[in-house]
Design a protein around this ligand. Structure first.
Ligand code: ADP
Ligand code: ADP
Ligand code: ZN
Length: 218
């Protein structure tokens, strides 16, 4: 059904991107991944990309002003009118407050904020095994989701894959710390608004998807 406006929250490697892509297809709404936007800027060598790269490589968070500006511009584009899934934003209380204001000014309300819960101990394995199709962005994992035919993307047939510069065991610690210190405090913010739904993300991907669909309805 059109018109869903969602936030998908969860730790790095928690499965947000994987599930957001499925919800995008299922509900005909767009995935807005701030991590993907930043990586595109890094790749293109824009001033933003140059500024963000060192912060991302260190596993820290890019400034609230930059992130709020990115989303404010993106969320008003025509393709978001039918609904959207915020993946990786907001990540701090000031970002959430800025988003509240932005949506209020535009007369838009959120349908749900979903927290995908995964214990820290699982995330290192998830993150260090992650790779992505360079052409279509489909996500894979060395152990949990290999392409059906080795070395060939299931979706687009490309044979080129990439791994993120920040997906290494050293950076994971900083990213988890940023999550617990700066992002976890958002849960009470959205619980108080009656929007928060918590899902157990430490299960098979398809089971998590079913659970999301039953929470979101048709
Ligand atoms: P993950 O898949 O591990 O959750 P993302 O792809 O969402 O990571 O983000 C990668 C990196 O981009 C983050 O570690 C951070 O440096 C930066 N980033 C992405 N979204 C935000 C945000 N909303 N606020 C600040 N930094 C962000
Ligand atoms: P996030 O966007 O939250 O950082 P991803 O969706 O990129 O997380 O998932 C991180 C890695 O873990 C990917 O390689 C993905 O294929 C894999 N993955 C996602 N969900 C699950 C799951 N439920 N069980 C096992 N592996 C998963
Ligand atoms: Zn592909």
């Amino acid at each position: 059904m059109a018109g869903k406006r969602l936030i998908l929250m969860g730790p790095p490697g928690g499965g947000k991107g994987t599930q957001a892509k499925r919800l995008q297809d299922r509900y005909g709404i767009v995935q807005l991944s701030t991590g993907d936007m930043l990586r595109a800027a890094v790749k293109a060598g824009t001033p933003l990309g140059k500024q963000a790269k060192a912060v991302m490589d260190a596993g820290k968070l890019v400034s609230d002003d930059i992130m709020v500006g990115l989303i404010a511009e993106r969320i008003t584009q025509a393709d978001c009118a039918q609904g959207f899934i915020l993946d990786g934003f907001p990540r701090t209380v000031p970002q959430a407050e800025a988003l509240d204001k932005l949506l209020k000014d535009k007369g838009i309300s959120l349908d749900a904020v979903i927290e995908v819960e995964v214990p820290d101990a699982r995330l290192i394995e998830r993150i260090t095994g992650r790779f992505t199709c360079s052409k279509c962005g489909e996500g894979y994992h060395d152990k949990f989701k290999q392409p059906r035919k080795a070395g060939v993307c299931d979706v687009c047939g490309s044979t080129e894959f990439t791994r993120r510069a920040d997906d290494n065991a050293e950076t994971v610690g900083a990213r988890l710390k940023a999550y617990h210190d700066q992002t976890a405090p958002l849960m009470p913010h959205y619980r108080a608004q009656g929007l928060l739904k918590v899902i157990d993300g430490d299960r098979d991907m398809d089971v998590v998807t079913k659970d999301l669909e039953s929470v979101l309805g048709t």
